[in-house]
Design a protein around this ligand. Structure first.
Ligand code: HEM
Ligand SMILES: [Ca+2]
Ligand SMILES: [Ca+2]
Length: 328
């Protein structure tokens, strides 16, 4: 038996994107209802402790799900280590010295293997951890479709090419999200994930010193914010110094990220261009979410479900890994 929640779960994965309204074929919220009813309680109890220990962990786990789903779909490919058959995604440009939270996923997996052996996939654990982290940070909750299975492969090249870089133009961001079946609404709402967590100096340095190859700062940066950033992120060195993505509430999941964008205080180029990139639709959405936190929360939940439905492995595809670091 391939660890399915129900005996009839064999409807094989179509591998299609989950943009067909209701959710990806094969995933459903009650997947573990009989095989591991306590799965979310276990996830939440580990998360509570981990986030109490390190408040940034919520942000790191939210990001982990994004970096998984954008490469081969939400299949836990991001968790695989180098081995004879695997070239790990952990060494890609977007991930190296940057992705965190692997130990927390391991801790959840260990508890689940004790209570529901060989049942819950690493890919579902990552999705549950992303939702739980959002909730524990004060953000919205949502009914999370489950039943993803784990890949037997990883894609370092996919990781290097599918995850947008922080100096992306707005057109570039829209194109890369479109490729995953996500639209401008999803792009703006999901970028709101930057309401928590931090970024390294190296990811925003270009904006401070040489935005357009003319040795000038990005003119959309508000002046005092810009001066503060320069002191954290010098022209040479300090690449690993960190700054909050939302400096007014870096551990709270709220809509201040969008308010800051309007004040010229978005940290990454990819943040600020949602407002200034000359696409009316994304500009409008930034303003709407800055005004209406409830609407942002609702759309964030919807878009997280959509992102979580990208090309899942279901049925007899993939496997339930015993250890999230390696294939069985
Ligand atoms: C729109 C395109 C996006 C770009 C260009 C982008 C870029 C980045 C960069 C450069 C960092 C800092 C990494 C570092 O310095 O080590 C970061 C952090 C983060 N990103 Fe994104 N991101 C994007 C979308 C998303 C999405 C869709 C989510 C989740 C819904 C997300 C959640 C996060 C979180 C929570 C952090 C902080 C992580 C931590 O503190 O450990 N990002 N992002
Ligand atoms: Ca993946
Ligand atoms: Ca915040």
């Amino acid at each position: 038996h391939p660890g399915l929640g129900f005996g009839w779960g064999g409807g094989s994965g179509t591998g299609g994107h989950g943009q067909f309204g209701g959710g990806a074929v094969g995933l459903f919220p009650q997947f573990y209802q009989f095989s591991c009813p306590q799965v979310n309680d276990i996830v939440m109890s580990v998360l509570e402790k981990a986030i109490a220990r390190d408040p940034r962990m919520a942000a790191s786990l939210l990001r982990l799900h994004f970096h998984d789903c954008f490469v081969q779909g939400c299949d836990a490919s991001v968790l695989l280590d180098d081995s004879a058959t695997i070239v790990s995604e952990k060494k890609s440009g977007p991930n190296l010295n940057s992705l965190r939270g692997f130990e927390v996923i391991d801790e959840i997996k260990a508890k689940l293997e004790e209570q529901c052996p060989q049942t819950v996939s690493c890919a579902d654990i990552v999705a549950l951890a992303a939702r739980g982290s959002t909730v524990l940070s004060g953000g919205p909750s949502w009914e999370l479709p489950l039943g993803r299975r784990d890949s037997k492969t990883a894609s370092l090249t996919g990781s290097n090419t599918n995850i947008p870089p922080p100096n992306s133009t707005l057109q570039n961001l829209i194109t890369m999200f479109n490729r995953q079946g996500l639209d401008e609404v999803d792009l703006v709402a999901l970028s709101g994930g930057h309401t928590i967590g931090v970024a390294r100096c190296v990811t925003f340095k270009q904006r401070l010193y040489n935005q357009n190859g003319n040795n000038q700062p990005d003119e959309t940066l508000e002046k005092t914010y810009y001066l503060g950033l320069k002191s954290i992120c010098p022209k040479s060195g300090g690449d690993n110094n960190i700054s909050p993505l939302d400096f007014s509430s870096p551990a709270r999941f709220d809509n201040t990220y969008f308010k800051l964008l309007i004040w010229g205080r978005g940290l990454l180029n990819s943040d600020e261009v949602l407002l200034t990139g000359n696409v009316g639709k994304t500009m409008e959405l930034v303003k709407i979410y800055a005004e209406d936190e409830n609407l942002f929360f609702k759309q964030f939940a919807k878009s997280m479900i959509k992102m979580g439905n990208i090309s899942p492995l279901t049925g007899f595809s993939g496997e339930i890994r015993n250890n999230c670091h390696r294939v069985n």
